[in-house]
Write a protein that binds this ligand. Structure first.
Ligand SMILES: [Ca+2]
Ligand SMILES: [Ca+2]
Ligand SMILES: [Ca+2]
Length: 313
């Protein structure tokens, strides 16, 4: 099941340091988070990746909760049931690995025509969210429960996502989650597009920057970054837009590997690259999907525990 595939050059970086053992100096291999990954639907390249969380099977819930104290309702929707999540990186890209009980990205397809907002009646949605605390600060960004995701934790400034819609791959994108209202959202649309954003025009625009600060789940710009330095704003359930972020499923659909190049995270309001070697991220996986193909017929989701203090070393 091909999504899109770009040839990748991955560099394995091996470093060694000297430590004193007793009175003797001995070279040891420190554990680096770096691993060479090829986005090809084969998963041997993930076997030595240590940054991972396991998640229990059969713990899928509804997506209606919006408070920390929410009492979740169980749902039967194995396609979103996370079993395992891993992350790694190289000098230029963040990679994520997802394994689920059911089939990733399976959505109902219909021949209905899109309405004026591009929404197709009866079309299924499935999206994988990798939420990232990019500044190692819980006071900036949003809380996961604001999007109906549990267990919850704070501080997620950006999401990188991959979405399927109406039976096909839709978009792999980047999102800013640091807006508290529509006015701040508009400010980010403008700064992201070097001041050129016009309502009703998704772009492409020359890529600018976005602001990392306190945010709330509901207001977010999302974009696809292109190799030529431009970006296109995208919408949930929107038209298919391809860019630098890619992914590939296993033959049986139970595993996915994704690549989000650092360059697509863009720069913050201080002109600093948001994803780069030397930074520390908290990274959390969740999956949500509509219910057309599930036993309960309703939206359902699953979230894993975060991978905390992941060092881009
Ligand atoms: Ca691979
Ligand atoms: Ca699970
Ligand atoms: Ca943060």
């Amino acid at each position: 099941m091909n999504i899109t595939l770009h040839p990748l050059l991955c560099v394995a970086l091996t470093m060694s340091i000297n430590v004193m053992v007793g009175s003797e100096s001995q070279a040891v291999e420190p554990k680096s988070n770096r691993h060479p990954i090829v986005i090809d639907g084969k998963f041997d390249d993930w076997k030595n990746v240590a940054a991972r969380v396991m998640d229990p099977a059969d713990d899928v819930i509804d997506t209606d909760g919006r408070t920390k104290e929410n009492k979740a309702v169980a749902r039967d929707h194995e396609d979103v049931d996370i079993l395992e999540f891993k992350v790694t990186h190289d000098g230029e890209n963040l990679y994520s690995y997802i394994r689920t009980k059911g089939v990733i990205g399976r959505t109902q397809r219909t021949d209905n025509k899109p309405d004026e907002k591009g929404v197709i009646e009866g079309a299924g949605r499935y999206y994988i969210t990798v939420a990232i605390d990019v500044d190692d600060n819980d006071k900036t960004g949003y809380w996961l429960h604001e999007g109906g995701t549990y267990p919850t934790s704070p501080g997620y400034d950006m999401n990188v996502e991959i979405e399927w819609y109406n039976g096909e791959f839709n978009t792999a994108m980047y999102m800013n989650k640091c807006c508290l209202n529509e006015a701040e959202l508009l400010e980010n649309y403008l700064s992201l597009s070097q001041g050129q954003f016009k309502k009703g025009n998704d772009g492409p625009y020359p890529a600018g920057y976005h602001t990392i600060k306190e945010g709330q789940y509901d207001h977010y710009p999302e974009w696809v970054y292109h190799e030529d330095g431009t970006l296109t704003f995208v919408r949930d359930s929107g038209p298919v837009v391809l860019g630098v972020a890619t992914g590939e499923l296993s033959e049986d659909g139970h595993e996915l590997e994704m690549k989000h190049p650092f360059v697509g995270f863009l720069k913050d309001q201080n002109g600093e690259a948001i994803a780069k070697i030397g930074k520390t991220f908290d990274i959390c996986l969740n999956i949500q999907a509509s219910g057309e193909l599930s036993k309960t017929g309703k939206w359902a989701g699953d979230g894993a525990e975060p991978i905390e203090d992941y060092k881009l070393d």
